[in-house]
Design a protein around this ligand. Structure first.
Ligand code: AMP
Length: 218
């Protein structure tokens, strides 16, 4: 199954992608995670991407398309993948179609996780992430048992630079202007499945499982 998770920042794409990856044993492919790892390791890709990410803007299409082209050719993606945070623009979606056509594959479903904007701001400002294993927490909705410490691996929790309120507003504007048009793009191809993202992560996940297991395994 070749799946895309679409949705604004804070919709829960990363959390859901991890749960989906465990259930169907296919990798989560997150361009945000790949870029953050490149920044952390000081690689040229990271140097190029960092200023865009810090401002809450999109990294140029050419850069992320290159990342995805390489990543989807890796062995672990041969049986399917969950794209989390890609595509984010129409040119990225068009490039993805070409990449997949070159591999003799096509998208199974696009899951659009829908949440009101004010809820997203609350979710994102409280988000904390483990520096070591990437596990996500929320100060109010899913607090760690020990302040600042990951319950899974004991790593330190941190707030992403782009989860500060001003940057969040900018990311939401970018989403509305550049990424939201993908909803119509995939709807016209009959690939879009809408998921209510306002509930708990467990409820959102059951919604996803129901849709994927009935409509996306072709
Ligand atoms: P995310 O973790 O998906 O919220 O991504 C964090 C940041 O990485 C975004 O705000 C962008 O600056 C950059 N980024 C991630 N994925 C993409 C993409 N598909 N296209 C452009 N920029 C991206």
């Amino acid at each position: 199954m070749d799946l895309i998770l679409l949705g604004p920042p804070g919709a829960g794409k990363g959390t859901q992608a991890k749960m989906m990856a465990d259930r169907w044993e296919i990798p989560q492919v997150s361009t945000g995670d790949i870029l953050r790892a490149a920044v952390k390791e000081g690689r040229p890709l990271g140097l190029e991407a960092k200023s865009f990410m810090d401002r809450g803007e999109l990294v140029p299409d050419r850069v992320v398309i290159g990342i995805i082209g390489e990543r989807l050719e890796e062995k672990d993606a041969a049986g399917g993948f969950i794209l989390d945070g890609f595509p984010r623009t129409i040119p990225q979606a068009e490039a993805l179609q070409e990449i997949l056509a070159g591999l003799g594959r096509k998208i199974s479903c696009v899951l659009s996780i829908e949440v009101e904007e004010e809820k997203l701001v609350v979710r994102l400002t409280g988000r904390r992430i483990c520096r070591n294993c990437g596990q996500s927490y929320h100060l109010v909705f899913n607090p760690p048992a020990r302040d600042g410490i990951c319950g899974r691996c004991g790593g330190d929790l941190y707030q992403r630079d782009d989860d500060k309120e001003e940057t969040i507003r900018q990311r939401l504007t970018v989403y509305r202007e550049q990424t939201q048009p993908l909803v119509g793009f995939y709807e016209s191809k009959n690939l879009l499945k809408r998921i209510d993202g306002s509930d708990s992560k467990e409820k959102i996940f059951s919604g996803i499982v129901e849709v994927v297991e009935s409509d996306c395994r072709g």
